[in-house]
Design a binder for this molecule. Structure first.
Ligand code: KIV
Ligand code: ZN
Length: 514
């Protein structure tokens, strides 16, 4: 079987789903993970959807060297022009345009006739082609489209310069047999199909996205669109780690070395994405869940001890899960620390290393043994802090007083530049009291909490609290992340970061409005 390209859309289809939004720094961090993973195409965003998306697509286009960088665009002139503007600096740019082809979408969403859709396909593919040689054309809701009409649209797109044809299962409706047959039928019927690549893009509404993508490959598709951890609209998209490892595990069906992916980077990419969106892998999540490689029952343990292959079809090492956990402590010097994190697969600049080493030393004063999971958390945290975060309010000190028979009280002292602000507040608990004290100083615009999660970075009672907060305000999400051995401190740090980002955005809006 010839090579299968991996098209990652974590930063577009993944990021557009509720609770998964990322800021620029976080998106760049994910793009770096994807480049290390050696995906073929990074869909960096939907450039026209907001100025923030445009900025992140163009920054990623300029940063990434080893992957094609694509921007999504509806089949309209404005979208296509904007997508090109955002990706044109990429080493290998792609415009990805789409239009819906199912009767339902054409009538109720587009309010266009099939002939108008055909006309638009021709006109917009040709427009995109004038800018860029690499054009992907997607027929949205392909799996609920009339096959004859679908073939006419694909034919028109190919004739006007499309180089990749994507047939998405937009609503996660199809089955593996249908997907295999759809791809092979369209490829057989449309002239010129052999000159372009066919692609699958499956949603997971019925839990069949991975199976449908694999079936699409068996039908002739040579590109799979997927996301890290299966993020995406509703029930998500095809999970990259699952679809890639399925092909690796079954070379008898999919061939050897079908993708160029470096699978040993999967665990790290998965951790980074979960950490950025403030989630954890479900325990039984294939490939990256905590139980994915555990054998609990006696019969299984016995079998695995006799021969690992009895119950293990792939190894944790193959996807970069570390089984040996070396522990560092306060006597570990900078060199040992640098060598250790290099062994964990991180490549940090001197400046990044210095900053993480300082945080590591501070952590060693509070925690005797620092595990790899703690170090992962420190590195992800520092990679997603932006310079502008330092410009807002900083925590000076806090005190909480709480019992199980009185109302909690918190006092918080914040710094803004050199100026000090203090407030005290009661609350439904010490965190509520601390947040109310912060609110009385910062006076933020009205917001609600979309996410407030407190996790632990490792096992054991001296673990660090890993707090993720997402605030909703003005129709946008503002995230904050705090790490500390003290969960009150971690919560305060996360809340302050989110409030600072919200405040900076409001200020920018006000300045723009004059
Ligand atoms: O699900 C879908 O149809 C899409 C397209 C825009 C490719 O995401
Ligand atoms: Zn999609």
């Amino acid at each position: 079987m010839s090579r299968i390209k991996i098209f990652d859309t974590t930063l577009r289809d993944g990021e557009q789903s509720p609770g998964c939004s990322m800021n620029l720094k976080e998106k760049i961090e994910v793009a770096k993970c994807l480049e290390r993973l050696k995906v073929d195409v990074i869909e960096a965003g939907f450039a026209i959807s907001s100025p923030g998306d445009f900025e992140s697509v163009s920054t990623i286009a300029k940063t990434v060297k080893d992957c094609t960088v694509a921007s999504l665009a509806r089949a309209t002139a404005k979208d296509i022009d904007c997508a090109w503007d955002a990706v044109k600096m990429a080493a290998d740019p792609r415009i990805h345009l789409f239009i819906a082809t199912s009767p339902l979408h054409m009538e109720y969403k587009l309010k266009m006739t099939p002939d108008q859709v055909l006309e638009r396909t021709a006109e917009m593919t040709a427009r995109a082609k004038k800018y860029c040689s690499n054009i992907e054309f997607s027929c949205e809701d392909a799996t609920r489209s009339d096959v004859d009409f679908l073939c006419r649209v694909v034919d028109t797109a190919i004739k006007n310069g499309a180089t990749v044809i994507n047939l998405p299962d937009t609503v996660g409706y199809t089955t593996p047999d249908e997907m295999r047959s759809l791809i092979s039928t369209v490829m057989a019927r449309v002239p010129g199909s052999d000159r372009v690549e066919f692609s699958v893009h499956c949603h997971n509404d019925l839990g069949m996205a991975v199976a449908n993508s694999l079936a699409g490959v068996q039908g002739g598709a040579r590109q799979i669109e997927c996301t890290i951890n299966g993020l995406g609209e509703r029930a998500g998209n095809t999970a990259l780690e699952e679809v890639v490892m399925a092909m690796r595990t079954r070379p008898d069906l999919f061939g050897e070395d079908t993708t160029r992916l470096d699978a040993t980077q999967i665990a790290r990419a998965s951790r980074t994405v979960y950490s950025i969106i403030g989630q954890k892998a479900p325990l039984n999540k294939p490939i990256v869940g905590r139980n994915a490689f555990l054998h609990e029952s006696g019969i299984h343990q016995h079998g695995v001890l006799a021969n690992k292959k009895t119950y293990e079809i792939l190894t944790p090492e193959a996807v970069g899960i570390r089984t040996a956990n070396l522990v560092l402590g306060k006597h570990s010097g900078r060199h040992a620390f640098a060598a250790h994190i290099q062994g964990l697969g991180y490549e940090l600049t001197d400046e990044e290393l210095n900053s993480v080493f300082e945080e590591f030393k501070a952590l060693c004063d509070k925690k005797k043994e620092v595990s790899d999971a703690d170090i992962d958390a420190l590195i992800t945290h520092s990679a997603t802090v932006s310079e502008s975060d330092a410009e807002g309010y900083r925590l000076d000190w806090f005190a909480v007083q709480t019992t199980n028979f009185t109302t909690a009280t918190s006092t918080v002292s914040l710094l803004l530049g050199e100026e000090k602000f203090q407030a005290v507040s009661l609350g439904d608990g010490p965190i509520d009291a601390a947040f109310q004290a912060i609110d009385s100083i910062v006076k933020p615009v009205r917001h609600t909490f979309d996410t407030f999660r407190i996790d632990s970075t490792s096992q054991g009672k001296d673990t660090m609290g890993d707090v993720r907060i997402k605030l909703l305000a003005e129709g946008r999400t503002f995230s904050g992340h705090g790490l500390s051995t003290d969960i009150f401190e971690a919560s305060i740090l996360a809340y302050l970061q989110a409030l600072n980002r919200l405040g900076a955005w409001v200020e920018k809006q006000n300045a723009a409005e004059g």
